[in-house]
Ligand binder design. Structure first.
Ligand code: RNT
Ligand code: ZN
Length: 418
C-alpha cells in the first residue's frame, strides 16, 4: 500500500493550522528511545535462578519467553524490525553474559561480561544504556541494599554501583555515544518505620561512595530514580521523590522520573517543565500504571501524549532521555515491546503535529475557549495518515500490518520454546 497520497492530503490539513508535517517527521526520525531489555523475559536476566524481588512484579505466563541471550537478542531484533527509526537498548546488570560454566557476582562485574551486548549494539548501530541491578539477589537482606545498616551488605552494593559505572563508560566509549546509567533501589519498609532518617543517610553515603570513582561525565550520565512505594514496602521508600530530587540537584547528576512512581493523581507531564528549569538534562521511564505501579504496556493515552508535548513544545528533545519501563508477561512479549515503542513514537509525533506556538499565544492572550477548542479539534486531524507514511518511508510495516510478522514469529520461533 502506498501512503503518500493520503500523506499529502494530511499535510495540507496540518498546513492550514501552521504545522509542517515534513518537519515533524524529520524530527521524529532523530529521536532515539531507550528500549528496555527486560520486557523480553519478565526481568529475569541471566545471573540468578530465584524469583523477581524488590517490590516489582511481572504477572502472566504467556508462552515463549526468552531464556538465553541468543533468544533475547533475536526477539529484540524482531521488535526493532517493526519500529521505525534507530534506538538504544537499555540493559540491566543481571543481563551479564558469562562464558560456559563461569559465574561472576554483581560486585565483581566487568566490562567483558557485556562484550556480547556491545557487539550486538555495534553491528546494528545502536546505543546502550545501563542499570545496576539492586534486586533479585541473596545480598538484598531484609529488602535493603544501599541503605542497609549491615556494612557487608551495603559495601557489596556500593561495589556493584562502581562496577556498573565502569561498564557504562565502556559502553559509551565503544559505541561513541553517552550511556545513561540509572540507579534505582527497592529499599523500604512494609510498616511504619522507627527511623526514617538513618536509611536515607546511609543511602546518601552509599551514593557518594559510588560516585567517588573517576569517570567521564560526558560519557556516563548517572541518574537516580525515585519511587513512592513497592509491594511489601508500602509504608516507606528510602529513595523517595524528595530524596532523589535533592540528591541529584546536590550532586549534579540527573533525576529520573518514572510515571508509575507517584501518587495516582500526580502526573509526570506536569513535573517535566518544572524540572527542566533546574536541570540541564532529565531522564524518564515511560510506563503505564494501572491503579499501582503495574508496568502495563505504554499506550497512546492522554498522559503519554502530555509527556511527549512537554518534551516537544519546550524544545527539550535533546535534554530529556526517554526510556520505556514495562513488563507484561500476560501477552506476546514481542508484541508488547512493539506496541509500547510505537506508541511512544506516536505520542511524540502527535506532539510534533500540534500547533504549539499558536496554542501558547492563545493561552497568553487568555483565550482559553480557543485553546480548548483547538486542542480538541486536533485530536481528529488525520494523524494516522502521517504516522503510516512515516512507517512506510522508514521501511517498517504501517498500521496493524506488523502484527502478521509477530504472529509468524510466534509460530515459528516462540512456540518452540517449551
Ligand atoms: C521499579 C523501577 C525500575 C525497574 C527496572 C527493572 O519500580 O521502575 O526502573 O522497573 O529497573
Ligand atoms: Zn522505572
Amino acid at each position: 500500500m502506498n501512503y503518500q497520497e493520503r500523506y499529502l492530503s494530511a499535510k495540507e490539513a496540518y498546513k492550514a493550522v501552521g504545522v509542517d508535517t515534513d518537519v515533524a517527521i524529520e524530527q521524529l526520525k532523530k529521536i532515539a528511545i531507550s528500549m528496555h531489555c527486560w520486557q523480553g523475559d519478565d526481568v529475569t536476566g541471566f545471573d540468578h535462578e530465584g524469583p523477581l524481588t524488590g517490590g516489582i512484579q511481572a504477572t502472566g505466563d504467556y508462552p515463549g519467553k526468552a531464556r538465553t541471550p541468543k533468544e533475547l537478542m533475536a526477539d529484540i531484533d524482531k521488535v526493532l524490525s517493526l519500529v521505525p527509526g534507530k534506538h538504544k537498548i537499555n540493559l540491566h546488570a543481571n543481563y551479564a553474559i558469562f562464558e560456559e560454566g563461569e559465574f561472576v557476582d554483581r560486585n565483581k562485574l566487568e566490562p567483558k561480561h557485556f562484550a556480547k551486548w556491545v557487539e550486538f549494539a555495534k553491528e546494528r548501530g545502536l546505543g546502550l544504556d545501563f542499570n545496576p541491578t539492586y534486586f533479585s539477589h541473596d545480598m538484598v537482606k531484609g529488602g535493603l541494599t544501599l541503605s542497609s545498616p549491615d556494612e557487608e551488605v551495603r559495601q557489596f552494593w556500593i561495589e556493584h554501583g562502581k562496577a556498573c559505572i565502569r561498564i557504562a563508560e565502556y559502553f559509551a566509549t565503544e559505541l561513541n555515544q553517552p550511556c545513561v546509567m540509572n540507579i534505582w533501589i527497592p529499599d523500604g519498609y512494609k510498616d511504619i518505620p522507627a527511623d526514617r532518617l538513618g536509611p536515607r543517610a546511609r543511602f546518601k553515603d552509599s551514593l557518594d561512595q559510588i560516585l567517588s570513582i573517576p569517570y567521564d561525565k560526558e560519557k556516563v550520565y548517572v541518574c537516580l530514580e525515585s519511587k513512592v512505594f513497592g509491594i511489601g514496602v508500602e509504608s516507606y521508600t528510602v529513595g523517595s521523590a524528595e530524596f532523589c530530587m535533592g540528591y541529584s540537584a546536590h550532586k549534579g547528576i540527573m533525576p529520573l522520573m518514572d510515571n508509575g512512581h507517584y501518587h495516582p493523581t500526580e502526573v509526570v507531564s506536569d513535573k517535566i517543565p518544572a524540572m527542566l528549569l533546574f536541570n540541564d538534562k532529565i531522564a524518564l521511564h515511560v510506563t503505564r500504571p494501572v491503579r499501582w505501579d503495574s508496568d502495563h504496556v505504554v499506550i497512546f493515552d492522554d498522559e503519554t501524549r502530555e509527556i511527549a508535548k512537554e518534551i516537544v513544545r519546550n524544545d527539550a528533545l535533546d535534554r530529556v532521555f526517554i526510556a520505556l519501563d514495562f513488563f507484561d508477561a500476560s501477552i506476546n512479549r514481542v508484541a508488547a515491546w512493539t506496541i509500547g515503542m510505537r506508541n511512544m513514537q506516536k505520542a511524540l509525533l502527535y506532539a510534533l503535529l500540534s500547533p504549539n506556538a499558536k496554542l501558547k499565544a492563545l493561552q497568553d492572550e487568555s483565550n482559553f475557549t480557543e485553546v480548548l477548542m483547538l486542542q480538541e479539534e486536533m485530536k481528529v486531524y488525520p494523524f494516522g495518515d502521517v504516522w503510516n507514511y512515516f512507517c512506510e518511508i522508514n521501511e517498517v510495516p504501517a498500521k496493524e500490518d506488523w502484527y502478521k510478522e509477530v504472529k509468524a514469529y510466534e509460530e515459528e520461533v516462540l512456540a518452540l520454546r517449551q
